[in-house]
Structures are given as structure tokens and as C-alpha cells.
Ligand binder design. Structure first.
Ligand code: ATP
Ligand code: MG
Ligand code: MG
Ligand code: MG
Length: 480
């Protein structure tokens, strides 16, 4: 019989049919009369129980059916007598496709720390937790494309290797075929990139935005969704050196339209998870509840994972300006006590993550969209406001995450853009291609970037960004 995936099988409306399933053994227990095998094939969080009668399945085979082994089972699908599962299979034949030495297999059924599982990133997708996270990650990627496709946005592929370094000065990964230890030098001692593959300095992209703008000013509405790279030497639970970003860019959108789209988008993604990933979310929610049992009362969260997701999906985000945020932060610490963690230096400085989290988690207790930041702490391409001090930026801050989205209305006026570039030392002669869009048929436009892994942290309730991407890249870590 043809193999059927466990996810489909558990929805079967028929019993007493012959089926074949294949997957990895999670546990085996039993006695000399009967064996119960919990089988998982990754298609769902739910295991399928296989009942193996030693009179039908040889001892030699049963010995090899241990945690981690891959097996094929042929048998009869029957209603289960046991609690917690609807169906089980009475095995007629078991074939061991790949044994796993119980003395050596690292994923024995017990609780493993996240740190240990990161060391065996090649095997951790076989755990319940990572299976759930990666299925949700898939669902979210799918939902991203759904959302934009329904809105008639075009998926645009922006380059991974870029010849422009306007955005990520100091944070870029060089792409080169030159001998790193012995590069050809110019007379003044600097590296001669004319001899490099592209005959100029190239880097991995830190954002597809600037190229995305070119798309928006031709196709109206586009989005990019690809890997981005930042050589930021920060070891936080929110930063990766390689992460995925979703960057829509829209012609004829002002800052208001931009905020409306971003809020609708985030709510759509969260609702999609609630509707399509219920089993995986229920598992992750239970995992968090277990974890919190040992925490003191004041550290326990007020909502369960799904309550939190529903709350964010159903309530309006708070929208305030940067200036209003500074006032709130000043007033929550009126004496400016140095010890106080929400100490804010004053208007013009960037918010630290503890400030963002105070606003979201303590003050408003909901997602916050912060707008109109001081021009000096934001990028050259953000649209200057009439006050000439602030720009049309917007950051979306989420509980437990901090910044999840960064966006802005872009500066569409050539003279203002050029003067900002000069002020900020961005070389205009290398960006004639970008300036051309403002020279010829410029239009108001806006866009934002959503960090895909930060979204996944929020939806899954995982604590560390390293645990929501299959192969995390962080300083000192790129094993395979
Ligand atoms: P942060 O302030 O957290 O360092 P940023 O302001 O440098 O973020 P942006 O350049 O605005 O980031 O990028 C857009 C989005 O990409 C961010 O809002 C965040 O969700 C995500 N992001 C940025 N840097 C990283 C990173 N190193 N790892 C994972 N996601 C990131
Ligand atoms: Mg950053
Ligand atoms: Mg930021
Ligand atoms: Mg940002």
C-alpha cells in the first residue's frame, strides 16, 4: 500500500483499512506481550501509536526499533482504546530503514536544554519543539505571500550581492574572490577592487529596500522576502547575522497608509497562525506553561500564548510620536535616578530596548507604533517633516520583542534627498541610479521591513532568535 503521512491519516474517516506509514521512532515501551511505538514523521506534532505484537514482529526487528530509528510500518488502522488518540495501527510488518544506536543517539526522550540542542542543530528538527517551530515558520512564509498576492503586490527579487553600501556602513559582509591575506593593493596602499570579480567592492545585502523602491516606482506595489546579512557583533536574543526580512514598498502611500498596511499585515499573519497552526501552538503553549511553573508569581505572564496572539490580532495598536514617547519615559522617571533602568538621555537620542519594552509592556500594554523620529538617528532616505527636525519614520514595537518593524515614508523630493545625503556623508555619485527615480517621475512612496524571525519568536513564544531559524548564524557560529 501507498505510504500516507500521519497528519492526513489522523484525519481519516475510515478504519479497518490497511495503511503504510513511515517515520522516526520517538519512544517505545511495552512488555513481552505487546509493544507501543510512538511514531512521528514531521507532518504534525501528533505521534501515531503503533501496536506491535511480538508474535507478528520478530524480536530482532523490535530490538532495532529504538528512539531515533527510522521505520516503515504496514498494518491496520483501528480506533484506539487508549486515551489521547483517536487511531492507532496494528502492525503486520515493520521494516527498519535506518537504525539509531541507543547508546549513541543524542536525542533520547528526556528534556534537553536549548543550548544543547543548538549544538546539535542538525538533529534538533526531530524534537517536538523544533518540529512545531519550523512548521509554523513555513506557515508564516506561506501567509506572507498569500497576503501580498491577495493585495496584488508583486514579489520582487532584489540582489543578495550588492555594489552599494549606502545603508549598512560597518555592518556589511564583504564578497570577494581576492586573496584575503594578500589582496592586490593600489599605490596608496588600499585594496585594489578593480582586480576583484565584480571589479568593485561588493557586499551581502543588509536590506532590499533601495532596490525595492525602484520596483515600487514602476509596478506600484512590490515586496521582497529574502535573506539579509548584518555583521553586527552583538550577541543578543534578537539579532542574527543572517536573517530573513519582508520588505513591501508602495507608491502613493503616505506614512498613515504605511502604518495601516503594516498593522493589517501583522494581524493577518497572527490570525493565519491561530487558524492554521492550532496543534503546534497548543503544544508550544503547554511547553511555556510547564516552563513558567517554577517561576515566581511576578515573572509569570498574564496571558497564555494563544491569548496573547488573540489580543494582538484583535486590538488596535497604539500610535504615538517619538516626542510623546520621550515625555512618557521622562515622566516615569521624573528624578532621573541613574539606577533606574528607563533613564532616557533626552530628545534626540535613540530609544534603547528597555525603553521600547517599558512603553509596550508596562505603559500601554499593547503593540505601539512610534512615528516621527529625530532625523539624526534615522536613515538618509526617510522623508523630512515640515518641522525640519523629524522624519516620517515608524517603528512597530511588540511585547516581549521590542522592534519588530522599521519603516518610513521615503523622501521623494530630489533636492531634499540630496541635501540629506550630503549632510550624512552618503556619496551621491555612487547612487545616481537611486537619484534617477527622483529625477524622472518621482512619486510619494513608503515601505517597511518586518524581521521574519522576530515575528516567529512572537508567534511561537520561543525565547531566543537562534531557536526559530534552522541554521542560526551568529558571531563565531557558522558550523555548517
Ligand atoms: P534593531 O534596532 O533591533 O537592531 P534595526 O533598527 O537595526 O533593528 P532595521 O534596519 O530597521 O533594523 O530592519 C528592519 C527589521 O529587521 C527590524 O525591525 C527587525 O525586525 C529586523 N532585524 C534587524 N536586524 C536584525 C537582526 N540582526 N536579526 C534579526 N532581525 C533583525
Ligand atoms: Mg540594528
Ligand atoms: Mg532599531
Ligand atoms: Mg529599525
Amino acid at each position: 500500500t501507498k505510504r500516507i503521512k500521519i497528519e492526513a491519516l489522523l484525519k481519516s474517516s475510515q478504519t479497518n483499512i490497511e495503511v503504510t506509514v513511515k517515520g522516526w521512532v520517538r519512544t517505545k515501551r511495552g512488555n513481552k506481550n505487546v509493544n507501543f511505538i510512538a511514531l512521528n514523521d514531521g507532518s504534525t506534532i501528533n505521534n501515531l501509536q503503533i501496536v506491535a505484537d511480538p508474535n507478528l514482529i520478530s524480536e530482532e526487528i523490535l530490538k532495532q526499533v529504538s528512539t531515533g530509528a527510522c521505520i516503515a510500518v504496514n498494518g491496520t488502522l483501528v480506533e484506539s482504546q487508549g486515551a489521547g488518540q483517536k487511531f492507532e495501527i496494528n502492525a503486520k510488518e515493520i521494516q527498519v530503514l535506518g537504525a539509531a544506536d541507543p547508546e549513541k543517539y543524542p536525542l533520547q526522550p528526556k528534556k534537553h536544554s536549548m543550548e544543547f540542542l543548538r549544538e546539535i542543530a542538525h538533529l534538533r528538527p526531530r524534537t517536538n519543539t523544533f518540529g512545531a517551530v519550523f512548521r509554523i515558520r513555513h506557515a508564516m512564509a506561506f501567509a506572507v505571500h498569500n497576503f501580498f498576492n491577495e493585495k496584488k503586490f508583486f514579489y520582487m527579487h532584489t540582489p543578495i550581492i550588492t555594489g552599494s553600501d549606502a545603508e549598512g556602513a560597518g555592518e556589511m559582509f564583504r564578497v570577494t574572490t581576492l586573496d584575503a591575506k594578500n589582496p592586490p593593493l593600489k599605490e596608496d596602499g588600499s585594496v585594489n577592487f578593480k582586480e576583484d570579480f565584480f571589479e568593485k567592492e561588493t557586499n551581502l545585502t543588509v536590506s532590499g529596500q533601495l532596490e525595492g523602491e525602484l520596483g515600487a516606482l514602476a509596478l506600484s506595489d512590490i515586496y521582497t522576502f529574502g535573506p539579509t546579512f548584518r555583521a553586527e557583533n552583538s550577541n543578543t536574543t534578537r539579532h542574527l547575522a543572517e536573517f530573513w526580512m519582508i520588505e513591501p514598498e508602495m507608491a502613493f502611500y503616505d506614512l498613515q497608509d504605511n502604518m495601516d498596511l503594516a498593522e493589517e499585515f501583522l494581524k493577518y499573519l497572527i490570525n493565519y497562525a491561530l487558524e492554521n497552526c492550532a496543534d503546534d501552538l497548543a503544544f508550544l503553549e503547554q511547553r511555556l506553561i510547564e516552563e513558567e511553573k517554577n517561576k515566581p508569581a511576578n515573572e509569570k505572564s498574564e496571558m497564555t500564548l494563544t491569548e496573547k496572539l488573540r489580543f494582538v490580532a484583535e486590538n488596535d495598536f497604539e500610535r504615538i510620536t517619538y516626542t510623546e514617547a520621550i515625555d512618557i519615559l521622562r515622566n516615569c522617571n521624573p528624578n532621573k535616578k541613574k539606577k533606574f533602568q528607563y533613564l532616557i538621555e533626552g530628545w534626540g537620542t535613540d530609544l534603547q530596548s528597555e525603553h521600547e519594552r517599558y512603553l509596550v509592556e508596562k505603559h500601554f500594554k499593547k503593540p505601539v507604533i512610534l512615528t516621527n523620529y529625530p532625523k539624526d538617528i534615522k536613515s538618509f532616505y526617510m522623508r523630512m517633516n515640515d518641522d525640519e527636525k523629524t522624519v516620517g519614520a515608524m517603528d512597530i514595537l511588540f511585547p516581549g520583542i521590542g522592534e519588530i518593524v522599521g519603516g518610513s515614508q521615503r523622501e521623494e523630493r530630489l533636492d531634499k534627498l540630496v541635501s540629506r545625503m550630503n549632510e550624512m556623508g552618503v556619496p551621491t555619485h555612487e547612487m545616481e541610479w537611486y537619484l534617477d527615480t527622483r529625477r524622472y517621475g518621482s512619486a510619494p512612496h513608503s515601505g517597511f521591513g518586518l524581521g521574519f524571525e522576530r515575528l516567529i519568536i512572537f508567534v511561537t513564544g520561543m525565547a531566543n532568535i537562534r531557536d526559530v531559524i534552522p541554521f542560526p548564524r551568529t558571531p563565531g557560529n557558522a558550523e555548517f
